[in-house]
Every structure is written in structure tokens, then in C-alpha cells.
Design a protein around this ligand. Structure first.
Ligand code: ADP
Ligand code: MG
Length: 646
């Protein structure tokens, strides 16, 4: 009877239909048939008794139906007993055997077939919620039009090699990931990112399976096989996430561990005490004890959390929000502070070079070209802007060697035999290269709200560059909504200089600012936010913010489309660059929490009500089973609404 040794995968009270084990399709089909046979027998028996023909057959049919219907519950009950758990199946078998023993044949048959039907229904609804995300994959075409030396032909997806050229006609859905080689078109990425606006794609752009081609025809070189596409990865991820258990669920498992033995003990007392103490009739009290056993199955309670979580995760994936498990969703609902990385998260990440101040010995052009030569080897958004500006003149850049990134500080390298360093005032202070003149220049740049980049050749300052970053169009609105409607504090954590960071923070109405943070400082910044305000969600671009994402309660990566690293690093990945999905994720997490609370309350209230009725001797066995089925159906119906949550 002890449930202490149950493996973690099994519910202590494992209604077989609530179990997380992957369903065995053939087993399920046989089960369906057996259920049908039992149901037909019951209907037949009812008809015979109604028309009062072959009365002798009626009870025989009921008993046969009960036995047939009990085959699977009995099998499951035995499996459970072997794991030393007493589950609903065991309760069922005991109750049905007892009912037959006291001559309640009709009751026994009704209970068995109702129970089987309920199990079947619930398995269906849970499966359907779980498969909602898998349907994304099914929606992709099974064949593609390949163009090669032999012309164009249709090829099955699995036979398409990497590098093959596929022709995508207007309106077609992409079947594989690839790089556009020819043609231009607007592509609807909503099935993956949830973004409503189509995106322009031309030669050199990445394009993803599951997205829908717009008006142009495209020629695309395949970059990933069917099983490795971004879409396939998303589906796998969501499926694994759905199989994980949320903390609420673990609580319910622990609850069930002491609940089952208690109920069994209680039933034993109900069956024996009145008989022994008050001389009451045994069959009446045995029957009441049996009803109690059946009523006691907390099926609705056990499925209440998984169906809500599974539905929410599937719905989120359709909006381009990947949540890596119920636990993260639950934690998101408790978040008190949303901390944003600045560059590329709150801002577009496309800087423009707006100020160039050379020092005495150099010209503006020399400063830009020296900086660009080393920045050409950096992927930082600032580097991209400097290089773009230098290349605009048309002349090629000088080659640089020994280039080294100084994370959060700048970059250094050797150009034409001289060491070139570009970076923050802090870096120049560290190296002892700061002069009063240089400091004044840097201040004049930051005073305009520009991010300063100081440039030195061979340890001597050449000049100062000033770059501007613009907030994303929706940033101010999202910050305002988060503060006003979601009741969270909004913080900005950035490696940028204090002055431009402050300007951006006040433009966007961000309350808390932590600037000039080196990548390793960002972890400490997150921890201090948590100490001060509570749970922190850190929103970043996933790669360079990985430590801060990991240190936060919920790490959220933006623009994860096409970036496997970002998807791996975060707890929540937003496929698009659209900040408003963040608010959706927050609202969904809270809706899910409320949904689970309603479900748990619903199942417990119904359970308690029926336990009382059973104890009072008002509830019959089949009413008990029906009540349980009803509660489960209500819970499922409530949970499934989360799939459509906007
Ligand atoms: P953020 O927190 O805004 O993403 P980073 O940590 O990437 O910023 O960088 C912090 C600061 O370091 C930048 O604002 C910039 O001043 C400087 N920096 C980093 N990389 C480079 C680079 N390649 N060239 C010039 N400056 C850089
Ligand atoms: Mg960044």
C-alpha cells in the first residue's frame, strides 16, 4: 500500500489515463475495442431488462460486461501493485468485485463501462493538446520541387540533400530551411514567429521551414535536413517541455502519496465499523465503502496541471514563444522585475556613426579607417556601424592581424605594424591612456546621448567616435504596458556608457538603470535586482548575455529565429524580435497559473462534495464515476482554452 517507493514517473494515484507515459498506439486501439464490447454488452443487457425478455440473460450479460471491462484496469492495477502503488485501477477492480459479490450486477457493469469511457475520453483530450504543436510539422509539405542538371522534379523530403536547390512557388509553404539564391518575395513567418507582418526575403537571406511564401517565386539552397530544421527543433523542444513536470504537479504527486492509503483505510473503516459496533447490515456499508473508493480517485486533480501546462505551451509556440517547460511558465508568473539588455533588445542594434572627433595628429578619415580595420573582425553592432561607414567611401580596408575582442570593453588588433585599440573610456583608463583632453572629448560625445568609442594607435589616442542606437518602435509602449498593466518593474542592464544609457532609459521610461556593466557584472546586477525586488526575468539576445540569462529566474532570449544557441541558452525563447511578445508571455504565465488554480479548486470541491454524499449513503457507484468523469471533462475544457489565449 505504501507509495514511497513509486518511481518518480508514476503518479502515486495514477489514473491510467493521467499517466505521462507515451501511449502505445496498438494497446490503445485494443483498449478502445474492449471498451466498445463492454459498452455494447451493457446496452444489450439494459435493453433486455427494459423489454423484460430473457431475464435470466440480463445479469449474465452485466457480469460478462463487468469482467471484460475490468481486464485492462486489472492489468494496470497489477502493474501499480508491483511498483507498490495503489492506483484508481486497483480501487475500480476492488469496487467492481465487491459490487458483483453483493449482487449489484447492473451497478458493476455500469461503473466499468463509464470508467473505461472516461479514460478513453481523457486520453484523447490530453493527446490532442499535446499534439497541437506536432501539427505544425504535419502542415509542412511532404515533397519539394528540386532543380538540378536534369531539370525540375518533385522529390520526397527525406531524399533532399543539403545544398540542393528547391523552387518555391508563390503561396507555397516552405518544407525545409535554406538560403535564398534567387528571386524576391514577402514571406509570412507567422507560423514560427507569430509576427503578423510578412518579411522581405532576397538572395542571401535565411528562410525557414513552415513559413509561407508570398507573391514572388524563390530559388532556395537547402541548408538543413528535414529532422534538423528550426521548425523540427521547435516541435521537439516543446514536446520535451510538455513532458516535464511543473512544481504544482510535484505537489499533487506528494499529496496523492498519503491520500491513497488514507482513503483505503477510511473505506475499510466504513465497511467494518458500523457493522461491528452498531450491528448494521454488512452489504449496505460495504456498498458505501465501495462508492467511497471510487469517488476518492482524484483523476481531475491529477490531470488538472498537465492539461493546463500542455495547452499553454502549445498555444505559446504558435505565437512564436517557446517556453522550455511548465516550471519556467510557473516562475514567469511570479516575476517582479523585467530586466532588459539595451543593445539589440530594447534598441534595434543598428548604430549609426554620428560624430568623429580627431585629435591633433590625425584626420577624421584616418581615425575611422584605423578603427574599421580592426572592427571588421568584430561582430559587435558598434563594429558593424563603423565598418559600414568606412566602406561607404569604396576604398578597401587595411588588413588587421592578432585581433582580440575585449568583451564589454572594445577590440584590439595590429594594423600596418601598429597596435590599434578601440573601446570605452573605462578601457582607456585601465590602460592609463586617458588624458584630460581625451576625457573632455568623450564627455562632449556622451552629452549628446551618443555612445563613445575611443581610438588609439600604438598607445596614443587618435580620436573619439560617437554612435547612436535607436529604440525599437514598440519599446516605449511595451515598457509602459509592463509597468502599468503587468505591475512589474522595468530595468535596463547595459555595458554602454552611463550618459547615453541614461538618455535611452528616460526616453523609454525605464525605472532602474545599471550601466557600464561588463558581461560578468551583469550577473551581479541581476542578483542585486532579485534581492531588492524579487524574481527577475532577464531579456537579452541570448548569446553574449548568456551568463545573465542563466543567473536570472527566467532567462528570455529575443530574436531566436535561426539561432540555435539562443534557443538552447534561454528558458523562454521569443522567435521574433517583437518586444510585445514579452507581454504576451507574462500574461499567459499568469493566465495559466489562474487556470491551474481554478482546476485544482474545481476538482477538490467536487471531490469533497461527493465524498460527503457517499458517506451519507446518497451517492451510488455509477453517480460517483460520472461525477469524476464530469470533473475531469470540466478541467480539460477549462485548460484547453489556454491554447487560444491572446
Ligand atoms: P551591451 O550591454 O549594450 O550589449 P556590450 O557588453 O556588448 O554592450 O558592450 C559594452 C560596451 O563596450 C559598448 O557599449 C561599447 O562601448 C564597448 N564595446 C564592446 N565591443 C566593442 C567593439 N567591438 N568596438 C567598440 N566598442 C565596443
Ligand atoms: Mg548586447
Amino acid at each position: 500500500m505504501s507509495t514511497a517507493t513509486a518511481p518518480p514517473q508514476a503518479h502515486a494515484i495514477g489514473c491510467s489515463h493521467c499517466e505521462e507515459d507515451a501511449p502505445v498506439p496498438t494497446g490503445a486501439r485494443i483498449r478502445g475495442w474492449v471498451t466498445a464490447v463492454a459498452a455494447v454488452l451493457v446496452v444489450l443487457a439494459c435493453a433486455l431488462s427494459y423489454f423484460a425478455v430473457y431475464p435470466a440473460w440480463v445479469n449474465a450479460l452485466f457480469v460478462i460486461a463487468a469482467v471484460v471491462g475490468c481486464v485492462f484496469p486489472a492489468q494496470r492495477a497489477l502493474q501499480g501493485l508491483r511498483r507498490r502503488t495503489l492506483d484508481i485501477n486497483a480501487l475500480m477492480v476492488v469496487a467492481v468485485t465487491g459490487a458483483v459479490a453483493i449482487g449489484e450486477f447492473e451497478e458493476a457493469a455500469m461503473v466499468v463501462s463509464l470508467f473505461a469511457a472516461a479514460q478513453w475520453l481523457e486520453a484523447q483530450s490530453l493527446d490532442r493538446a499535446r499534439q497541437a504543436i506536432g501539427q505544425l510539422l504535419d502542415a509542412a509539405p511532404v515533397e519539394v520541387l528540386i532543380r538540378d542538371a536534369g531539370g525540375e522534379r518533385r522529390v520526397g523530403l527525406d531524399a533532399v540533400p543539403i545544398g540542393a536547390l528547391m523552387v518555391v512557388r508563390p503561396g507555397e509553404r516552405l518544407a525545409l530551411d535554406g538560403l535564398v539564391q534567387g528571386g524576391r518575395s514577402d514571406v509570412n513567418q507567422a507560423p514560427i514567429t507569430g509576427e503578423s507582418l510578412p518579411v522581405e526575403k532576397g538572395a542571401g537571406d535565411e528562410i525557414f521551414a513552415g513559413t509561407i511564401n508570398g507573391h514572388g517565386a524563390l530559388v532556395v539552397a537547402v541548408t538543413r535536413r528535414r529532422a534538423d530544421t528550426t521548425l523540427a527543433r521547435i516541435v521537439r523542444l516543446v514536446e520535451t517541455a510538455q513532458a516535464q513536470r511543473a512544481p504544482v504537479q510535484q505537489f499533487i504527486d506528494r499529496f496523492a502519496a498519503w491520500y491513497t492509503p488514507t482513503v483505503v483505510l477510511l473505506a475499510a473503516l466504513v465497511a467494518t465499523l458500523p457493522v461491528l459496533v452498531a450491528g448494521q447490515p454488512f452489504d449496505v456499508w460495504l456498498y458505501r465503502a465501495l462508492v467511497l473508493l471510487v469517488v476518492a480517485c482524484p483523476c481531475a486533480l491529477v490531470i488538472s496541471t498537465p492539461v493546463s501546462v500542455v495547452s499553454a505551451l502549445a498555444g505559446a509556440a504558435r505565437q512564436g514563444v517557446l517556453v522550455k517547460g511548465g516550471a519556467h511558465l510557473e516562475r514567469l508568473a511570479t516575476v517582479r522585475v523585467v530586466a532588459f539588455d539595451k543593445t539589440g533588445t530594447l534598441t534595434t542594434g543598428t548604430f549609426s556613426l554620428e560624430a568623429v572627433i580627431p585629435l591633433a595628429a590625425a584626420t577624421a578619415d584616418e581615425v575611422i579607417r584605423a578603427a574599421a580595420a580592426v572592427e571588421a573582425h568584430s561582430e559587435h553592432p558598434i563594429a558593424v556601424a563603423i565598418v559600414a561607414d568606412a566602406m561607404a567611401g569604396g576604398a578597401p580596408l587595411a588588413p588587421a592581424s592578432d585581433v582580440r575582442a575585449l568583451p564589454g570593453l572594445g577590440v584590439e588588433g595590429v594594423v600596418a605594424g601598429a597596435s590599434i585599440v578601440c573601446g570605452t573610456p573605462r578601457l582607456f583608463n585601465q590602460r592609463g591612456w586617458m588624458t584630460p583632453v581625451l576625457a573632455d572629448l568623450a564627455t562632449s560625445v556622451t552629452a549628446k546621448g551618443l555612445s563613445p568609442v575611443l581610438v588609439a594607435r600604438a598607445g596614443v589616442a587618435m580620436g573619439v567616435l560617437g554612435l547612436r542606437d535607436r529604440p525599437k518602435a514598440e519599446a516605449a509602449q511595451v515598457v509602459a504596458d509592463l509597468r502599468r498593466h503587468e505591475g512589474v518593474r522595468v530595468a535596463m542592464i547595459t555595458g554602454d556608457h552611463d550618459a547615453p544609457a541614461r538618455a535611452m532609459a528616460s526616453e523609454l521610461n525605464v525605472e532602474i538603470l545599471k550601466s557600464q556593466q561588463l558581461p560578468q557584472d551583469k550577473v551581479a546586477a541581476v542578483q542585486s535586482l532579485r534581492r531588492e525586488y524579487g524574481a527577475v526575468a532577464m531579456v537579452g539576445d541570448g548569446v553574449n548575455d548568456a551568463p545573465a540569462l542563466a543567473a536570472s529566474d527566467v532567462g528570455i532570449a529575443m530574436g531566436a529565429m535561426g539561432s540555435a544557441v539562443a534557443i538552447e541558452a534561454a528558458d523562454v525563447a521569443l522567435m521574433s524580435d517583437d518586444l510585445s511578445k514579452l507581454r504576451y508571455a507574462l500574461r499567459l504565465s499568469r493566465a495559466t497559473r489562474n487556470n491551474i488554480r481554478v482546476n485544482v479548486a474545481l476538482s477538490i470541491v467536487l471531490k469533497v462534495a461527493f465524498l460527503a454524499l457517499a458517506a451519507a449513503g446518497v451517492a451510488t457507484l455509477w453517480m460517483a464515476v460520472l461525477a469524476d468523469t464530469g470533473a475531469s471533462a470540466l478541467v480539460v475544457a477549462n485548460a484547453v482554452r489556454l491554447r487560444k489565449f491572446q
